[in-house]
Ligand binder design. Structure first.
Ligand code: FES
Length: 114
């Protein structure tokens, strides 16, 4: 499987973008958030209901782009670790997805299932 998601410069800074990937249990959607040279990745699944977070395609950040925001009930999550700081799932967290940067590419780190 090609583990390349996109190049760093294809992501707005700060900004976000969704990707469909083949997970261990089948297709799933993840998203990347870029902050400068750092990139964070999470499953597109709110811990409150399990539904998607984005209010428009590729839009996962709040208006001031300081938090990830769930469009359904407005929960806010820290970009750097996905921890929910406000909203109905406060204290819970998004599920992180392992990615790495290599030669300008953002690559998925394959899950091992262990
Ligand atoms: S579904 Fe995300 S806050 Fe309710």
């Amino acid at each position: 499987m090609d583990d390349r998601l996109c190049r760093l410069e294809e992501l707005p800074d700060p900004g976000s973008k969704a990707f469909a990937i083949e997970g261990l249990a089948g297709p799933e959607e993840i998203f990347l958030v870029r902050q400068g040279d750092e990139v964070f990745a999470y499953r597109n699944q709110c811990p409150h209901t399990g539904g998607p977070l984005d209010w428009m395609p590729d839009q996962f950040l709040d208006l001031d782009k300081r938090h990830i925001q769930c469009a359904t009930h407005d929960a806010r999550f820290r970009i750097e670790d996905g921890f929910c700081v406000a909203g109905p799932c406060a204290g819970q967290a998004l599920q992180a997805v392992a990615v790495r940067q290599e030669s300008g590419w953002i690559r998925l780190v394959p899950a091992t299932g262990k």
